[in-house]
Design a protein around this ligand. Structure first.
Ligand SMILES: Cc1ncc(COP(=O)(O)O)c(C=O)c1O
Length: 437
């Protein structure tokens, strides 16, 4: 077509297929909520997974000082190698020694954990392949993969077994096009923490089917008393594991956007190509902020254990508080988390005949009680809602009490009685069976 002919046509500037096919489910739902909070009650958002929102949780002085020192360095202003400065990558390798035998060569710095996830998905999967993701799980996997034509296939987590993986379902989802299994441990949104035995069961499936694992461990060490965090890479005998982590949650600095990928590949299954692929992909943004990179060695070395302990104790107490309060809410079933900073709550929607689904339930709760919880549909997991536990204690208590009032006001008493009766019948039958035996 001649330049002249082209000029005479209408302009036609379009967004790319990648842009058009990139969707963030949580943003779409939250931004399109059609309700206003009750003006007589202060609004409490239990929906935001950002521990800095309320200003009650802050990084320790050592972390702030590390940034002050970094600002002064002229080397914190220039570009770094796109995989990250050597000292910063060495510091991550030392900090992550519990994951396995790693060196700076196995570490690639990224702009937050989400960017680490993007790197590992893009290095392992092609358009037309699929990755297996837990449901309910963190939805960024869908946001990142679908635009690239990579299919998300969900495997089931079991709410009645502390959100353990339904292993049969996981294995059944694997096919010739499966490029990776994503394991989020501890989990957003479930707050589950898997023990060694369960992680080994997942590894066995990956090994049998020769599928690498993407381990999302952004909540590593974020576990409540009585639970233990184990890096899945530390248990792997043969399965290659790409672990995604970062400063975000444990150090309470999500906005600093500092994350990393750690390559665990004892048997060199991924080979040079995948390593080189990750290095290539890191050049797309020329690496994360060098201000934070320069501070990273001091942040990782000097943050005192007491800081981590205090934050965890606070969150665990919040979990206990929310759990106790929500047990008083008829028609809800809170599931006590073992770590991370969230709690999932089942809404027995059949007991609330006014509402068709979790979205209607949470919307009405906003308009009447000014409390907002993230509806389960944000995780493609209906009839649940997620709350965050990092809000100040008073706000959490107040919010849970309002949730309980809301449930009492809206529960269908007839349905509730039927449920109680059926429970009694079940218990009676079970008792009879026990007595007769
Ligand atoms: C499981 C999980 N992975 C990754 C991320 C992203 O972390 P970042 O803010 O460092 O990108 C989050 C954030 O909420 C998360 O919950």
């Amino acid at each position: 077509m001649s330049r002249r002919a082209r000029r005479s046509q209408e302009w036609n500037v379009r967004a790319s297929a990648l842009a058009r096919n990139t969707h963030n489910l949580i943003r779409n739902i939250v931004d399109n909520l059609q309700v206003e909070p009750n003006p007589d009650k202060p609004f409490i958002a239990l929906s935001i997974g950002d521990p800095t929102t309320f200003g009650n949780l802050n990084p320790p002085e050592q972390v702030i000082q590390a940034i002050r020192d970094s600002v002064e360095l002229h080397t914190s202003r220039g570009y770094a190698p796109s995989k990250g400065h050597q000292e910063a990558r060495e510091a991550v390798a030392v900090y992550s020694a519990h994951q396995g035998d790693i060196s700076a060569e196995d570490v690639i710095l990224s702009s937050g954990c989400s960017h680490a996830i993007e790197l590992v998905i893009t290095v392992l999967a092609e358009c037309g392949q699929n990755i297996l993701v837990p449901r309910p799980g963190f939805m960024i996997y869908k946001t990142l993969a679908e635009g690239l034509g990579i299919q998300i296939k969900y495997y089931r987590l079991l709410p009645d077994k502390q959100w353990k993986v339904d292993l049969d379902d996981l294995e059944n989802q694997i096919n010739d096009d499966t490029a990776a299994i994503v394991v989020i441990n501890p989990s957003n949104p479930c707050g589950s923490v898997y023990n060694k035995e369960h992680l080994s069961e997942i590894l066995d499936i990956a090994s049998r089917n020769q599928v690498p694992i993407i381990a999302d461990e952004i909540y590593e060490h974020f576990v409540f008393s009585g639970n233990e965090f184990t890096a899945i890479s530390s248990l792997s005998k043969d399965v290659p594991v790409l672990t995604c982590g970062g400063l975000t949650k444990r150090f309470l600095v999500p906005g600093w956007r500092m994350g990393w990928v750690i390559i665990h590949d004892r048997h060199n299954i991924l080979g040079r190509e995948v390593r080189q692929g990750l290095a290539n992909l890191s050049t797309r943004i020329l690496g994360p902020s060098t201000l934070i990179q320069r501070a990273l060695p001091a942040i990782l070395k000097y943050t005192p254990q007491s800081f981590f302990d205090d934050v965890l104790l606070f969150i665990e107490n919040q979990a206990k508080l929310a759990y106790a309060e929500l047990l008083r809410a008829p028609g809800l079933r809170p599931i006590m988390p073992q770590g991370a900073m969230y709690m999932m709550i089942e809404i027995k929607i059949s007991l609330f005949s006014e509402f068709k689904n979790d979205l209607q339930f949470v919307e009405r709760m906003v308009s009447e009680q000014s409390v907002f919880c993230l509806p389960g549909r944000c995780f493609e997991y209906p009839n649940f809602m997620r709350i965050v536990l990092t809000v100040p204690e008073d706000a959490l208590r107040e919010a849970c009490q309002r949730i309980a009032i809301f449930c009492k006001e809206h529960i269908d008493m007839e349905e509730k009685c039927k449920e109680i009766n059926s429970n009694i019948i079940q218990v009676t039958n079970e008792t009879e069976v026990i007595c007769n035996n």
